[in-house]
Structure formats: structure tokens, C-alpha cells
Design a protein around this ligand. Structure first.
Ligand SMILES: Nc1nc2c(ncn2[C@@H]2O[C@H](COP(=O)(O)OP(=O)(O)OP(=O)(O)O)[C@@H](O)[C@H]2O)c(=O)[nH]1
Length: 215
């Protein structure tokens, strides 16, 4: 993709400066044509921080995240604890995308998704992109939330869904990439151009990466 304006972050990456420099640069608006605010939401301990770290480290190690995605992601890792809720509400309003996580080994975190969605509808922008993620898919023995339950809930609310693992990395990049593609298409879509179908995109990519039992 070619929406990126500058190669400063890239140069610094080539020069071997730390990933923190790269990440900081990646969050500076002026280096990009488009920038979006993405938030990670969900109960405490569902794995929001781990998903973000997995995504960022994978991207840094691969060395081509910025070049491939070409969009400045400012990702807000929120606190899941109830006592911080009033603080996070304030940030919903200008978020373009929300990754809503539950933990496949925690029924409570799954049951609370409805409450999270109610809150999102109250505080977020009407056209915010929401994606439901069932995390910790690697913990097969401890699983209490079936994949079908996640799928059913997502269908009910009309949001895309996938199971992820911050531990193995399965579907982590796909989740962020799908959001990036959706937001980019919305921002740059020309008249008469077909709408990006996020559900179709995810389904086609999920089949590619979800084949080999390494959840
Ligand atoms: N096995 C496994 N463990 C995970 C995964 N994701 C997170 N964890 C573990 O779950 C715990 C909580 O992860 P965090 O990323 O801190 O959770 P959080 O949602 O950011 O929590 P708060 O900051 O309290 O809202 C940690 O012990 C992680 O190691 C995963 O995909 N698989």
C-alpha cells in the first residue's frame, strides 16, 4: 500500500534504533496521509496488552509492518478493571475502531461482552468499526467458551469475529490488518468502487492461517 508519506521511521529501523523509536515514530500523525485511533477493550486479564505486544513485536521483527499496512495505528490499550471505566469512556468518542476481547477460558469475560457492546453503543461513534476477539485460543484444556458461541454472538451484533492467541500469534496480525483495510477503504474509497467486505476478507484469510492446529 502506498499511503505512507515518509520513510523516517523506516530509516531509523534500518539504522538499528530501538523498536520504541519506531513505534513512537509510527504514532506521529504528520508522517502519514491517514491515521486512525484503535482501542483494545474487554475485561481485565483477557489479554489486551499481550495482543498489542504480540502485534507490535511481530511487526517489528518482520520489519515490514509499516510498509505493508501503510497506516499510522495509534492503539490504545485500555485497563479492563471496572474502577478505570470512567477514564476509558472519555476515549471512546474519537476511536475509529475497537477490538473487543474476551478470554475463551473465562465465561465471565464472555458474558460481559454484551455489557461492553452496550457501553460502546453509548459512548463510541456510530460508525465505529468493532471486532470481537476470543483470545487465549491456545489454552484448549481450559476452554469454556466454544468457538460457535463467539460466532453466534458476533453474528447477533453484526460484527466480525475471530479467535486469537497472543501466545502463538494466531490471527493477531489478521485482526489488525482487517481493521486497517476497512478503515483505509472507508477513508479513500472512490465513488463506484466496491465496498471492502471485512467479513469476507477475514473468512478467506482465517481459512489460510487456521489450518494447522497451532492455535
Ligand atoms: N495462554 C495464553 N495466555 C495469555 C494470552 N493472552 C494473555 N495471556 C495471559 O493472560 C494474562 C493477562 O494478560 P494481559 O495482556 O495483561 O491482560 P489485559 O487484558 O491487558 O489485562 P488488564 O490490563 O488488567 O485489563 C497474562 O498472564 C498473560 O500472560 C494468550 O493468548 N494465551
Amino acid at each position: 500500500m502506498s499511503t505512507r508519506k515518509t520513510s523516517l521511521a523506516e530509516q531509523q529501523a534500518k539504522n538499528g534504533t530501538s523498536k520504541y523509536v519506531l513505534e513512537r515514530c509510527a504514532s506521529v500523525n504528520e508522517y502519514y496521509d491517514i491515521a486512525f485511533k484503535v482501542m483494545l477493550l474487554g475485561n481485565s486479564s483477557v489479554g489486551k496488552t499481550c495482543i498489542l505486544v504480540r502485534f507490535k513485536d511481530g511487526a517489528f521483527l518482520g520489519g515490514n509492518f509499516i510498509a505493508t499496512v501503510g497506516i499510522d495505528f495509534r492503539i490504545w490499550d485500555t485497563a479492563g478493571q471496572e474502577r478505570f471505566r470512567s477514564v476509558t469512556h472519555a476515549y471512546y468518542r474519537d476511536a475509529q475502531a475497537l477490538l473487543l476481547l474476551y478470554d475463551t477460558t473465562s465465561k465471565l469475560s464472555f458474558d460481559n461482552i454484551r455489557a461492553w457492546l452496550t457501553e460502546i453503543h453509548e459512548y463510541a461513534q456510530k460508525d465505529v468499526v468493532i471486532m470481537l476477539l476470543g483470545n487465549k485460543a491456545d489454552m484448549a484444556a481450559e476452554r469454556v467458551v466454544k468457538t460457535e458461541d463467539g460466532e453466534k454472538l458476533a453474528k447477533e451484533y453484526g460484527v466480525p469475529f475471530m479467535e486469537t492467541s497472543a501466545k502463538t500469534g494466531v490471527n493477531v496480525e489478521l485482526a489488525f490488518l482487517a481493521i486497517a483495510k476497512e478503515l483505509k477503504h472507508r477513508a479513500t474509497q472512490q465513488q463506484n468502487e466496491p465496498k471492502f467486505q471485512i467479513h469476507d476478507y477475514i473468512e478467506s484469510q482465517k481459512h489460510k492461517s487456521g489450518c494447522c492446529g497451532h492455535m
